[in-house]
Design a protein around this ligand. Structure first.
Ligand code: I22
Ligand code: ZN
Length: 197
């Protein structure tokens, strides 16, 4: 096994997947930045959810809004729905894992808030259930997906934003998701601080 060749292939695949995604993702990313910034300026908040690596992404994004990204600015309202083990385990234990995010959306979400729903397949049932709960609460959804968008792509409303990575391999999709999340952080900071370039 030539590990160096294998690693080199992964780096090249990752870079190519990112470059290939610019064309289809730049415009919806700009739309998502507008939606999220407007939500925050109207005193709304962003709730983020996902499973596995996407749970880590939800937390990563919320931390960058609440604390900071690259520029100095006031803290912004974002909550990852993946972090409270008591809430997660009690919902999964008493009801169903399906509801671990949707119950939190119903508890915390208000009209004008945004749900950031992350799933590489677009098919995670608990993320889909969270989208339904967000729509009930008159929240807009920003969906980060891949593999064609799955069920999530079909369930979005016209004023939601679909950020679908044009790739089929979970790891590569996650790598583009992280880049997309950093684009969201950067864009929100630029709009809030009036940065021109
Ligand atoms: O990070 C990885 C794979 O790279 C895994 O933990 C992965 O996130 C989990 O299998 C998730 O449950 C996959 O869910 P999803 O992306 O299809 O919604
Ligand atoms: Zn992973």
């Amino acid at each position: 096994m030539d590990l160096i060749a294998r690693i080199s292939r992964q780096f090249h695949d990752s870079a190519q997947t990112k470059l290939a995604a610019v064309e289809s993702m730049a415009a919806p990313l700009a739309g998502a930045i507008e939606v999220m910034t407007q939500c925050l300026l109207n005193n709304g908040k962003i709730l983020a959810c996902g499973n596995g690596g996407s749970a880590a992404d939800a937390q990563h994004f919320a931390a960058e809004l609440v604390n900071r990204f690259e520029m100095e600015r006031p803290p912004l309202a974002a909550v990852a729905l993946t972090t409270d083990s008591s809430t997660l385990t009690s919902i999964a234990n008493d009801y169903d894992y399906l509801q671990v995010f949707s119950k939190q959306v119903r508890a915390l979400g208000q009209a004008g808030d945004v749900l950031l729903a992350i799933s590489t397949s677009g098919n995670s049932p608990n993320v889909i259930d969270a989208i339904a709960a967000a729509h009930e609460r008159d929240m807009r959804v920003v969906a980060l997906t891949g593999k064609g968008g799955g069920r999530m792509g079909e369930l979005l409303h016209p004023d939601d934003v679909h950020l679908c990575v044009p790739a089929d391999r979970t790891a590569r999709i996650q790598e583009v998701h992280l880049l997309a999340l950093h684009c969201l952080c950067d864009g929100i900071d630029c709009l809030l601080l009036g940065v021109e370039e």
